[in-house]
Design a protein around this ligand. Structure first.
Ligand code: MG
Length: 118
C-alpha cells in the first residue's frame, strides 16, 4: 500500500510496483490509510511523512499498535533526523529520504518482504 498526498508520487510508485507484479492499493493521507487497512492488509506499507490531516509518523504509530508485524517504510524530507528517530523508535522498519532513486526503493521493498517470508 502506498500512502502519499501527492498524486504524482502515488502514480509513480503504483506503476513501479504493479510492473513488478504487485497488487497495489493507494491512500492520500494517514486517515484514509488507516481506514483502508481495515479492509485490506498489505505485505508492506510505504508512507509519506508530510501529509495533511494526519502525518506519516502519527499514522505509523497508530497502525503499528494494531498491526505490529506490518513492515512500514517512511518517506521523509532531507534533514528530518528527529522524525526519523521517532519513526524507528515506533517500529517503522526503514526511512528513505525524498527524493529517492525508485530502483533503490524497489530493492529495499523486495528485501524487506523477502526477510518477512523467510
Ligand atoms: Mg507529502
Amino acid at each position: 500500500m502506498i500512502v502519499d498526498d501527492q498524486k504524482g508520487v502515488r502514480r509513480l510508485l503504483e506503476e513501479l510496483f504493479k510492473r513488478e507484479g504487485w497488487e497495489v492499493h493507494a491512500a492520500s493521507d494517514g486517515v484514509e490509510a488507516i481506514s483502508k487497512l481495515d479492509q485490506y492488509l498489505p505485505d508492506i506499507l510505504l508512507i509519506d511523512m508530510k501529509m495533511p490531516n494526519m502525518n506519516g509518523l502519527e499514522a505509523s504509530q497508530i497502525i503499528l499498535q494494531k498491526h505490529k508485524n506490518l513492515p512500514i517504510i517512511m518517506m521523509t524530507a532531507y534533514g528530518e533526523m528527529e522524525v526519523v528517530k521517532q519513526a524507528l523508535d515506533a517500529g517503522v522498519k526503514r526511512c528513505i529520504t525524498k527524493p529517492f532513486d525508485i530502483i533503490v526503493l524497489r530493492d529495499i521493498v523486495m528485501q524487506i518482504v523477502m526477510d518477512k517470508v523467510s
